[in-house]
Design a protein around this ligand. Structure first.
Ligand code: ADP
Ligand code: MG
Length: 373
């Protein structure tokens, strides 16, 4: 089912009694989610992810804007009539019911013509239990399950009515690291098998990148960028998006453009044709550095960490926005980095420029370092 968000806005009255302002939790959000896709809604805490999800589920009503499921305008439709399945971070299972009873619960609440026979209900419950691989645990109570198993039960309960849309709000946040990895792959598999249009909320960029067909990056209620994970990573529209995606994070420096050349300190990193002279933020991805004793860019060497396939060069630079600069270098290219200074060339496609005032991306064309090196 295609889902359309049309100029969706949600304002809350301010919690601060002394201020008359309001909190704009979601600000003019427009997006068309293609049928059958998994969308990762990504951003820091408080950016409006849960509010967006609650608007889709019907738990909250928008201040303005509209929501369509397919061609149906569901903006004013109550939650129980929308045909959505919702999974929360804290599972929200009924503790006194068994796994089977928890999964059956949404079916038993159906009224009138939607109500199934008892055997049809059981069949459906068993089917989704198999799908999420908890069919061996049907007689247990939630307290007798691990966190990962409880979350599978919650997913089964959300799926049993075959919802038009599946909504998941930080579903993996209560799981330990290893289970989180495993469960996210499970969610991906289940979503692929059922082909239910899914919105997956997370503050974890790694999680969103790995699981999503498309990601939506939000900040302060405003959508920053929408795209395939790799496209957003390779082509961020502003400094916020560039910094939010990627581990280790992008390295940010204060630099300047003078006469079509990009400077950090006195080092000339690249020609940047067509960019007017100005102060800029320079973002360089960790994998954008190439070790070269006569490279364009010098940093003070901190230490070298060997990580198997790659080595990580930890350095420092007076113009860097953070205390350490991190370069990830393929282990084969290991050079002599014993000296106090380490020099790099940079890969132009891994270097992004941003306006220092607006933090918007400045695009450039380059032919490398130029002839004067
Ligand atoms: P996220 O899920 O991304 O952490 P939320 O959607 O929960 O963000 O919140 C977005 C903003 O709206 C935050 O500033 C939050 O404090 C505010 N907010 C959320 N719910 C309410 C509420 N019921 N009343 C007032 N403000 C709220
Ligand atoms: Mg939230």
């Amino acid at each position: 089912m295609k889902v359309v968000l049309q100029n969706l806005t949600k304002k809350y009255p301010s919690r601060n009694k002394n201020s008359r302002g309001e909190v704009v939790a979601v600000n003019d959000f427009s997006f068309e989610i293609p049928d059958g896709q998994l969308i990762g809604l990504l951003g820091p805490s408080g950016c409006g992810k849960s509010t967006t999800l609650n608007l889709l589920s019907g738990l909250q009503k928008p201040t303005s804007g509209r929501i369509f499921f397919g061609d149906d305008d569901v903006t004013r439709l109550p939650a129980e009539k929308r045909g959505v399945g919702v999974v929360f971070q804290n599972y929200a299972l009924y503790p006194h019911l068994t796994v089977l009873q928890n999964i059956l619960f949404p079916l038993q609440n159906l009224k009138g013509k939607d109500r199934l026979s008892k055997s049809a209900m059981l069949e459906k419950a068993n089917e989704v239990a198999r799908l999420v691989q908890i069919d061996g645990l049907m007689d247990r109570r939630p307290s007798e399950l691990s966190g990962g198993q409880q979350q599978r039960v919650a997913i089964a309960r959300a799926l049993v009515k075959m919802p038009r849309i599946l909504l998941m709000d930080e579903p993996l946040s209560n799981l330990d690291a290893r289970l989180r990895l495993q469960t996210r792959e499970e969610i991906r598999r289940i979503q692929r098998e059922t082909k239910i249009t899914t919105v997956f909320v997370t503050h974890d960029q790694d999680e969103a990148m790995s699981i999503s067909d498309m990601i939506v990056v939000m900040k302060d209620g405003v959508v920053q960028q929408i795209g395939k994970p790799q496209e957003v990573y390779d082509d961020p529209v502003n400094l916020f998006v560039a910094k939010f995606l990627g581990t280790p994070p992008i390295n940010v420096f204060r630099g300047s453009v003078r006469g079509g050349r990009l400077y950090i300190g006195e080092d000339v990193l690249l020609r940047v044709n067509g960019v007017p002279d100005q102060q800029v933020f320079v973002g360089i991805r960790p994998e954008g550095f190439v070790l070269n004793d006569r490279g364009a860019f010098g940093c003070a060497l901190g230490r070298v960490e060997v990580m198997g396939r790659d080595i990580s060069v930890v350095a420092a630079h007076p113009n860097a926005e953070s205390p350490t600069v991190r370069a990830i270098i393929s282990a084969e290219n290991r050079a002599n980095v014993a000296a106090g200074e380490v020099r790099f060339d940079v890969k132009p496609g891994k270097v992004f420029l941003f306006n220092q005032a607006t933090q918007e991306r400045i695009r450039f064309k380059t032919d490398g370092r130029g002839s004067d090196t």
